[in-house]
Design a protein around this ligand. Sequence first.
Ligand SMILES: [Zn+2]
Ligand SMILES: [Zn+2]
Length: 459
Amino acid sequence: MGPLYGGRFDKETVADGGQLDLEWLEETYKEFHREPELSTAEERTAERIIRELGYFKDWDVTTGIGGYGITAVLENGEGPTVLFRADFDGLPVAEKTDVDYKSKHSQLDAQGQRVPTMHACGHDHHTMSLLGAMRVLDGTRDRWSGTVVALFQPAEEASIGANGMISDGLGTKIPRPDVCLAQHIIAGPAGRVFTAPGPVMTSSTTIEITLYGRGAHASMPHRSVDPVVLAASTVMKLQTVVSREVPPNQFAVITVASVEAGKANNVIPDSAKISLSCRFYDEALRKKCVDSIKRVVRAEAMSMGAEREPSFKFVGMLGATNNSEEVFTTIRQNFDQAFAAESVDMEPWTASEDFPVLPRAFGAPYMLWTVGITPRWQWDRADKAGRLDIDIPTNHNPMFLPDLKTLPVGVRAAAVGVLSCLQRAWERPEDQADDSTYRPTAPTDQDIDEVAVETAGAD
Ligand SMILES: [Zn+2]
Ligand SMILES: [Zn+2]
């Protein structure tokens, strides 16, 4: 057992009351780490979390929400309702670290292929931070009042977990939150806690484009409209959208992440497929870039004499993570007290998250913050050598490995975040103030199509 709180924060509320069993924290984390499961297939991970929730006698637990989603609610008198979300899915990555608790697990993917799995994004760490924070909140409840919603979310990596929980009636299973919080670990000095108001993670737009040509014998290119050449020139031309059309001081990423064309060496195929992953902080710029992508793709096809227009399929769309100024101000002052010099400003992160789907559905303000997990010796050595970009494994890298010392930091940040938000009143937007009539909704496929249509103009 070690003290969880130090410094001046929480003198009146949790004082030194928050004691945490560090051995439990580490051992349970290792269990999750050894057996990561893919998005939507997190059956055993969910079972393990549910078993862990058996520790809490007074929390109201609901399971099987939108797949393996779980909530645990503690109603503890008058006060605001604060939701904290932890995701728990792993990735199809083969772990290459050399710790004794590394994952040797594998699982069948959606295509029925057996793939190695790894907690390469640290969702096992997030799960432990929430379980640990629940213990702190549970053990100190005579010193705070309000309602806490612990939400364990599946399928984050597939960007469908939060939507799935909302669509499955999350709004009728938990009290409506006034504030929503989430935490993500990142490559960064171990134990540093990063916060910022405003856009901190990008929106993500995924587009599958099919380019139609005319197939022919490989020896007779003049009888074809070659979609392989068309795909090649389109990929190159797309590089000019960000470099030539986006103002140099604005952020945009357009990555062609996959190209598929042809199966045989003597056949010119009749179509090619390219998949784009696009990231933005600014919605107007996103729309402009999607328009430019369509223009470029269509013009390239026309230039090759393609007889059929390329088709665009919008397969995924996530909004940007835009932290509330109010939530930031509420939490940051307490992080500064709890973590002193290790509470710093967060640089915007170019990855995307489906967490904001939850607060948006409830009309609640929200904040996502990050915690650095790279061992200090490793970080300092790379920093000195000017090799941070090369030597430090990022999220999704097979060598990504949180320093175990950051486990209690994650718990502490989660607990301080929730307690900060419990200590004040929150107002709801007027049009959503009536709880009895307000029901959260998830964006439907149709909504996503509408976004696509809207960005496509006449299309
Ligand atoms: Zn991830
Ligand atoms: Zn993640």
